[in-house]
Design a protein around this ligand. Structure first.
Ligand SMILES: NC(=O)c1ccc[n+]([C@@H]2O[C@H](COP(=O)([O-])OP(=O)(O)OC[C@H]3O[C@@H](n4cnc5c(N)ncnc54)[C@H](O)[C@@H]3O)[C@@H](O)[C@H]2O)c1
Length: 378
């Protein structure tokens, strides 16, 4: 069934292909973005691997190849409540996919102003949205792209849960109470902390205001394209390969494709959860079609498909490409080695067929090699 869907942060790496796929599936899609990622690139002197078209150009090209319209509003959601409210009042969306955040962990701890910006912006966006939904009395399904890093990367000695956890709280008076609580994770950066704080907001607004929310604890995304972005060169999504915004798989593949060493921070024993960009899109579609209902106002789902240490990942890329691995001093504050066992079957139960490294890494290495060649010609 066709829906009106608002994509917040739809100019970004995941947001743009999500917007395209939802539009292709027949939904009426509108993007809100303040283009802050493009401005941060300018400030840091970084560029995506290949240039990306402006939002207006991209939407125009999409119209020409698909005959479908994607709307675009340039709004800072954290700062301009009135314009956000006006768009929501006008569209009355059945679903909102919320990706609008400063999403780099290294950036979030890079300076006092980056710390303040990450928290003010990320919580400002989430709270403005929740306030507007309540203000307008809208029953839109809010689908938020959160981070699996909210659970923390310390070795917990157990499979980390999906959803809330049953806990026995021991009171000071000796009595106990059984409660269902958010997992008390240890976010590893200010960025991850902002995602943990989002969950506190979600819990409150779902419980007290009845907002329907699905929060996707997403792993590190890899991959450069999707079926829809491949329909025209100018529909490509941004591909960050720098050390601040480049996610680790994409960065390793580009290092290998450009004759550099694969740079592993520390021992490479950091174990993380991963998901391919195409699966991100599939997950959003699956969640869109399986709304939180009844008493289940706030769903928490772990959106990863496999876990791997950075060392294992580097070895896989090295074996595929022949690039040497170089171990460097770790500039990040994180445990050098950790286990990471995370429950993540909900999306597969809903119908996700995971894209695994074993299936897709070789093809991705080739795509990245071609993108690097094209990038040198730009
Ligand atoms: N990329 C990953 O590996 C990854 C992993 C886990 C979770 N996530 C989450 O998924 C979401 C999307 O990630 P991405 O990689 O596409 O990030 P991205 O930086 O490419 O896109 C985020 C978009 O949000 C926009 N934005 C930020 N603040 C805004 C504001 N105040 N108002 C309007 N727009 C604003 C930015 O301009 C940008 O286009 C983020 O919430 C991120 O935390 C991403």
């Amino acid at each position: 069934m066709s829906k009106s869907v608002l994509v917040l942060g739809g100019d970004g790496y995941c947001g743009w292909p999500i917007a395209l796929s939802l539009s292709e599936a027949g939904h009426d899609v509108t993007i809100i973005d303040n283009l802050s990622r493009r401005r941060i690139d300018d400030a840091l002197g970084y560029r995506p691997l290949l240039p990306i078209a402006s939002p207006g150009e991209r939407c125009g090209i999409w119209k020409s190849v698909s005959d479908r319209t994607i709307g675009f509003h340039h709004i800072d959601i954290a700062q301009d409540y009135d314009r956000l409210r006006a768009v929501l009042a006008d569209l009355q969306p059945s679903a909102i996919v919320h990706l609008a955040a400063q999403r780099s962990a290294p950036y979030s701890v890079s300076s006092p102003s980056a710390r303040r910006y990450t928290v003010t912006n990320n919580l400002g966006v989430t709270h403005a949205l929740l306030v507007a939904l309540v203000d307008l009395g809208l029953d839109s399904h809010l689908i938020h792209l959160g981070s699996i890093g909210v659970l923390g990367y310390t070795t917990a000695g157990l499979e980390l849960p999906e959803g809330k956890v049953a806990a026995t709280i021991h009171g000071a008076d000796g009595r106990c109470a059984e409660m269902n609580i958010l997992y008390p994770g240890k976010p590893v950066s200010i960025y991850h902390m902002s995602k943990a704080m989002d969950q506190v907001l979600f819990e409150q607004y779902a419980r007290d205001e009845g907002v329907r929310i699905t929060d996707l604890n997403q792993g590190i995304v890899w991959g450069s394209s999707t079926m829809t972005t491949e329909r025209h060169p100018e529909l490509r999504t941004r591909l960050d390969v720098d050390s601040i915004y480049g996610t680790v798989v994409n960065r390793f593949l580009v290092q290998a494709a450009t004759g550099q060493n694969i740079s592993v921070y520390g021992t490479g024993g950091q174990t993380r959860g991963f998901i391919h960009l195409r699966d991100v899109i599939r997950c959003v579609e699956l969640v869109l079609n399986s709304e939180a209902r009844g008493s289940e106002r706030f769903r928490l789902i772990n959106q990863i498909t496999e876990t791997l240490s950075i060392r294992e990942l580097a070895q896989k890329v090295g074996a595929l490409t022949g690039a040497p691995i170089e171990y460097r001093e770790n500039p990040r504050q994180e445990p050098e080695e950790n286990e990471f066992h995370v429950a993540h079957m909900t999306l597969q139960d809903l119908g996700l067929r995971p894209t695994l490294f074993a299936d897709q890494l070789a093809q991705e290495a080739e795509t990245m090699r071609r993108a690097c060649t094209a990038s040198m010609a730009v």
